[in-house]
Design a binder for this molecule. Sequence first.
Ligand code: KG4
Ligand code: ZN
Length: 403
Amino acid sequence: MDHGALILGIESSCDETAAAIVRSGEELVSSVVASQIATHSPFGGVVPELASREHLRSLVPVTRAALAEANLSYADVDAVAVTNGPGLAGALLTGISFAKSLAWALDKPLIAVNHIEGHIHAVLLEQKGAAALRFPVLALVVSGGHTHLFLAGQRGPHSRHSLHPSSHPSSHPSWYYENVGHTRDDAAGEAFDKTAKLLGLGYPGGPIIDRLAKFGDPKAVHFTFAQLKHRARQESRRAAPIGSDRKRFDFSYSGIKTAVLRYVEVHRMAEAIEARRQALAQLVSDGKFPSQEDYRRLCDQQTLDLVASFQAAMVADLTQRTLAACEEYGVETLLVTGGVAANSALRSSFEERALRVGVQVHFPSRPMSTDNAAMIAAAAYPKWLARDFAGLDLTAQANLPLR
Ligand code: KG4
Ligand code: ZN
């Protein structure tokens, strides 16, 4: 009996060690994620050396747990897929070395997956593939390391949409991507994390800000963003292949962090921030994970208003630029994915505004929005069909582009 292709995915690009098994790109069999938040939170951000050490510790138990959850053994796996970039070089290398050893020992193919493509496939996995998607498809990948817009197309005999119809015939439909926007400086998740750190709220900032923003006035503080569109277009023309006149939709999120810092200084909030930072650090060192009630109790109304206004500004900018790109490219389906896609205000903003302009929007479930290995195993499936395998010389590419 054909059981479909069982792909074991391994992910270690940042601060999550993950393993998962996905059947034929569409059926989640098991998924295990070991978070390193407790390791990094005393430092207010990811410490690369500690991340590598933790991955080394967790890779074997996490993989064993994923197999046990699936009631499978190593021998049942058809291929091993691993993230080879972008990400922290040392962290990526731990997962790659492990995946290579496994593939070699099991005599199974090794498949290299771009982490950003993984985030896109997190949505496709939960949508049970691309069959129900209306093309053109645009993906916003918005996380701690990325804020990218990609037009996503398929090629091959059974493909549903091609960005460049004449290119690359292949025996199986595979995905390819065209970048039409990215952040010029900080990623959106980075802005959430830096703002939370600046306000003494700890790490990672996104989920904390998401929960606190509900208690503040989103109109209390006015933030503005740089007008990038015109300059971005000229730059992209210079960088684009001759004849290409693709319009770009870039982002910039380092300015808002500076604006928050200026607000904090002008309103003399430093003392209250330091008191909050110490109170939260005390809770953590007492072994108590701070609750929503703890965070709320430690924030005055001015801080809650600032947090709510920051989040509202980020959400409005991400939504507006992405929907402008949807309009430019006649997009029918929008995929919003990556850690920041877990944000409740971002989800409602996209749902409401995309509906208004007739664009279908899909998000991954919240656990599938942040880093996991199921998305890596799912993204590997079209490569498995196309026999697009990696050699044992596979190495980490910290800045691997997605194409
Ligand atoms: O995708 P991910 O797990 O790792 C990267 O590839 O970067 O994303 C992590 C990022 C962090 O910056 C975190 O603060 C942000 O996603 N994040 C959120 C939320 N949950 C996670 N940002 C806003 N709201 C959330 N609910
Ligand atoms: Zn990620």
